[in-house]
Design a protein around this ligand. Sequence first.
Ligand code: TYM
Length: 335
Amino acid sequence: MNARPRVLSLIQPTADSFHLGNLLGAVQYWPVLQESHECFYGVADLHALTVATEPEVVRQRTLVSYAQLMAAGVDPQRGAVFVQSHVPEHAELMWVLACMTGFGEAGRMTQFKDKSAKAGADSTNVGLFTYPVLMAADILIYGANAVPVGEDQRQHLELSRDLAQRFNKRYGRTLVVPEPHIMKNTAKINDLQEPNAKMSKSSPAGCVNLLDPLKTIEKRIKSAVTDSDTEIRFDPQRKPGVSNLISIIHGLTGQPIEEIVAGLQGQMYGELKKQAAAAVIAYAEPFQATVQSLLEDRAQLEQLMKDGAEKARQAAAATLDAVYDAIGFVRRAGR
Ligand code: TYM
């Protein structure tokens, strides 16, 4: 029995910087959960392989992602903070789960449908198809009770739950069925130019990266799309652009939405944007300095990754052994 409930979450190193959606939808909760949970956090480099990228870029982004987790307050001493490929048990469990996942079931994942439709069949790799199964393995290998992610990952989490239940039904109770941990007001931070779509690195003009020059951050927020009305109120359905900026202020300052709105009564949208830009810059400036100084000591960063992987592997190996036993594999020598 674990004394404290477990939490797992990963982030892909697919960009040179985390964006506001990553931070406010997920990463900002990670340090908080370290106070009450046994936490496993990491950089999903295996997942990042679904997009072909130059090896040096993959390496650099993995280091920068790890440093950003620390700059966001994640403490590698208070849990396991690791790189996914350093814990080979993820890929091993994935194979077992892949053999229990229906072809149609994987094909119904909306993220796969969207991405493969954009890329076309010839440019879509099998890794993209099995991506959610690897994600299920990430979660189930630690027996995670809760998974802090943004709204866009909900369907993948459902698959993890289904697979855990299916496994347990077939082989007896072995895997923990995880719950999502999705925060209401920041679960989806939207694109500043298309406020009905989620903020994503794939549309740079509407995306605010934490490591961008502060001037760029300010410019992006000031050119955010609002609406032709003039009233400042929180109504994500009818006023998506305005509500998104309010969510950003709320996510970064912790100030209740009603208070933010009340403070802006009678003001123009320019003032809302000014406050949003100020909140982002107040966060980004020290964040950038911390990331910079962490990257200057690569040896230390690599040592932290190594320690994190060791901690993670202990937990992961125990689950994998239980799974292999349950499915009838003959025990490996030394296990
Ligand atoms: P990734 O790397 O795309 O994003 C990392 C986290 O940021 C959240 N997020 C958002 N939240 C709110 N608004 C947005 N616009 C926004 N954009 C991204 C994501 O929901 C995520 O929590 N498949 C995952 C990585 C992963 C993972 C896992 C997560 C791999 N294995 C196991 C949890 C558990 C992904 O692509 O996240």
